[in-house]
Design a protein around this ligand. Structure first.
Ligand code: GLN
Length: 217
């Protein structure tokens, strides 16, 4: 990123969105964010985390990502940023990491309790591998969202303060609480940028009210 002359650096520029890139599916998230005109960078260190305004936690293996967060001394700084209200979007394993409770996790697996949901790993009905579903998403214009689920976690409990934005078989699969959005699926695998756009809208105008993706044009 090149600062314009006279710039004192951020926060005067557009928001910088990080994608946690310790393990898992970060590349397509970066592509999606950049396709929407955002500045997006990989985050692997506490210094890189300190520079971003929002963070995507991608899919992968939540056990491995949890371990690597600790190894890279990122767990505590990220917990602090989330507690301070940094917008975050967790997809699949990323959702598990942001959850309050993790069932069927490894005993040493940690999560941030950034959203009041309990999740069970690898437990979406009998669909232990992968499946696709067209989701009706609350507030999202333009028809159903084509969602790809891969060894997806189930949301077993969503607290009162959690907005459930989409469900499959009466189970929440897309939720939001304040600045934190979680998806049990992989939105970066669909050729559809609407959920990334909805997340970015929260980053640039972090107001609690409003539709998930109020169209701007
Ligand atoms: N099953 C993985 C986990 O428990 C999540 C799968 C995914 O991110 N696609 O971490």
């Amino acid at each position: 990123m090149v600062a314009a002359p006279g710039d004192e650096g951020r926060p005067s520029g557009p928001p910088l969105v990080g994608v946690l890139a310790l393990q898992g599916a970060s590349a397509l998230h970066l592509e999606a964010l950049r396709a929407l005109g955002a500045e997006a960078v990989e985050v692997r260190t506490p210094e890189e985390l300190a520079g971003v305004d929002a963070l995507v936690l991608p899919g992968g293996e939540s056990t491995t990502i949890s371990m690597m967060l600790e190894r890279n001394e990122l767990f505590e700084p990220l917990a602090e940023r989330l507690a301070a209200g940094m917008p975050a979007f967790g997809t699949c394993a990323g959702m598990i990491l942001l959850a309050d409770g993790v069932l069927d996790g490894r005993s040493d697996q940690r999560s941030f309790a950034a959203i009041d949901v309990d999740v069970r790993r690898n437990a979406f009905g009998r669909q232990v591998d992968s499946f696709e579903a067209d989701l009706d998403v609350e507030g999202l214009e333009g028809g159903p969202f084509p969602a790809v689920f891969i060894r997806a976690p189930v949301i077993e409990r969503a607290g009162e303060g959690v907005e459930v934005l989409a469900e499959v078989d009466d189970r929440p699969v897309l939720c939001r609480q304040g600045p934190v959005m979680v998806a049990a699926f992989h939105p970066e695998l669909s050729d559809d940028l609407r959920l990334h756009r909805a997340f970015l809208e929260r980053v640039s105008s972090p107001r609690p009210a409003g539709a998930v993706a109020a169209p701007t044009d």
